[in-house]
Design a protein around this ligand. Sequence first.
Ligand code: PLP
Length: 432
Amino acid sequence: MSAKSGQESLAINGGTPLRTEPFTTWPVHGEAEAKAVMDVANSGKWWRCAYSADELEEKEEGQIEGRSRVEAFEEQFAKAHKAKYAIAVTNGTCALEIALRAIGILPGDEVITTPYTFIATSKCIMNQLAVPVYTDIDPTNYNMDADQIEDLITPKTKAILPVHFSGNLCDMDKINAIAKKHNLKVIEDAAHAHGVEYKGKQFAGTLGDIGCFSFQESKNVACGEGGMILTNNKEYYDLCYSLHHLGRLPGELWYKHFHLAWNYRMTEFTAAIGLVQLSRLFEQNELREKNYQHLMNGLSQLPGIRVCQNNPDMTKHSHHLQMLMYNSEEVGGIHRDQFVDSLNAEGIPALTGYTFPNYANPFMTSEETGARYTAASISFPDYSEYAKKCPITERACYDESIWLEHRLMLGTTKDMDDIIAGFSKVIQAYQG
Ligand SMILES: Cc1ncc(COP(=O)(O)O)c(C=O)c1O
């Protein structure tokens, strides 16, 4: 077949798509979610504060009926992740903001993190007028390059904020050792890492000082919006609880507020859905793992595709995203974006991922943002410099990364075979 006729076979050029059936949609939901929401609606108790102290005291472990769903969700999420304490909040972004405030981040402090993440990771730092400092990412897995952290530490550095991107654990042994050596706190952004197990005994979100999860619609536990804070430290728990509750303290007057804080309380409706979603999590993660093995066996054989390396300390993965690295040189010089458009036309849903590194978003270099820091006499870094400092991140965003969503791995073996066949068809067509 000539190169031209190969490309003519592609659906993007008018050929027949490889697949027209839909893949599994997300969120997976059913009668259980609907009943959970209706039960809350019919109870007339729509926020956690509708439950009196007496009712809270009468609860039994695992009990849901007759008690605050928010409290039950906290208890069950903590238990599932072997954490001592949990606080349910309105989203993952505010979970991170609370965590940073709780460890004492002040304006002008520096927090070392990754630029290859959702913007919330940087915004939670900047919303406190603190300064994100970025490592580049590891080319084998797109997590923060822990080997670069020490060189970035200054007297202003107060914390490290690793993101378990795609659900793949960061090198927490290295990160925690550096934090200990330099007296830094560690906040884990575990927004992608529900049920991710470390060395068979601990979970993502409990490996640093405080861990933060998101339940936004795309996440492996989906509530539309929502978040959870985990910690094993009672002082942080008490402070985070107060910070999400307008600075109130238990046993004190309702209108007496002890901290500069927010109202980030989760609703009973959100928690009711969260409880059902959580009950599905580990079984779904097992199915994702099974399909992932089959999918990666196939995709790793193909030219132009490199599969992400998993952290060997990880004994359970969430597969929130399956990361692939694309090399156009092996696929006839076709750019990643055209390659992904071609896959989509074949009926294979693939994504190109983050459009920009965090530091390249317009607000990072805007006058408006700069003015806030200047008003507080904090020198504002020139984030346009980071493009030179983070070549792997640049490559990932603009040329290399391909994401497959976790919902795809909730399908059948045939679904996985179709994905492999779709990649294979497009690669062969462009190779000529
Ligand atoms: C890595 C990461 N961190 C933080 C967040 C923020 O979570 P949320 O959207 O619930 O505010 C998200 C998700 O949206 C995320 O992907």
